[in-house]
Ligand binder design. Structure first.
Ligand SMILES: *Cc1c(COP(=O)(O)O)cnc(C)c1O
Length: 221
């Protein structure tokens, strides 16, 4: 396997300006994170609360951690404390729980709303209808500490590029629709889409944040 730094540089070279790279380090040890850190990477993604807090406690303080996994309400506290962006807000109940906790911690918490567009039953997230309903009800106006910065989504897990593109285009259209319904929702400008196998397609569809794990760190153990 190529060194992590080399893989990172190769991926960075393919990213247009304005696209952030989240290095998804879940299930990989701290040493792997430090290798990427030595190659200049400062933005990492984790999907489990315990792993996030363990890594955040011991790894360099200038790392920004994105939480990208399903978040249970009983794990909200440590994740709000450690994450710079929670990408995976998948229910109104969770949104409100994160808001309450962030207010308690005196922290402005940036989040993304996760939308479900993939044709798999198992994925978490708001359906497009639920998302638009949430925006129409202007739930964002009642948030005290949370700021909704955009959308996160995963495409169907398939080699069929047309279908993947179709999923990503749906999310991009939803982002446009949200901005049309709520033009006063400021700073709603992140579109987090694309993983190791489909990030180039995601970027073609308007993604400005890609979450890449395997292509940087190798297979998860
Ligand atoms: C694991 C994970 C990724 C990274 O997937 P790779 O295929 O390893 O690049 C991206 N996004 C989410 C939400 C994930 O859970």
């Amino acid at each position: 396997m190529e060194p992590i730094g080399t893989r990172l540089e190769k991926i960075r070279a393919t990213l247009p300006q304005g696209v952030s790279l989240v290095a998804v380090s879940k299930f990989h040890p701290a040493e792997a994170v430090l290798e990427a850190y030595a190659a200049g990477q400062r933005l990492f993604g984790e999907s489990r609360a315990q792993e996030l807090t363990a890594k955040a406690a011991t790894l360099p303080a200038d790392i920004r951690w994105h939480f990208i996994g399903h978040l249970q309400t009983n794990k909200v506290k440590p994740v709000v404390a450690a994450a710079s962006l929670i990408e995976s807000i998948d229910s109104e109940r969770l949104l409100m729980a994160v808001d309450r906790e962030a207010e308690r911690q005196g922290k402005r918490m940036d989040v993304l709303l996760q939308v479900h567009v993939a044709r798999e039953e198992t994925k978490f997230g708001f359906s497009p209808e639920e998302l638009l309903d949430l925006i129409r009800r202007r739930v964002f106006e009642n948030l005290k500490a949370v700021h909704i910065c955009g959308l996160m989504a995963m495409a169907s897990n398939t080699d069929d590029t047309d279908r993947v593109r179709d999923d990503f285009m749906k999310v991009a259209a939803l982002r446009d629709e949200v901005m049309r319904i709520a033009p006063d929702l400021r700073g709603f400008d992140i579109l987090s889409m694309g993983m190791s196998h489909d990030y180039m397609t995601a970027i073609e569809c308007g993604s400005n944040m890609v979450r890449v794990g395997t292509a940087i760190f190798g297979e998860r153990v």
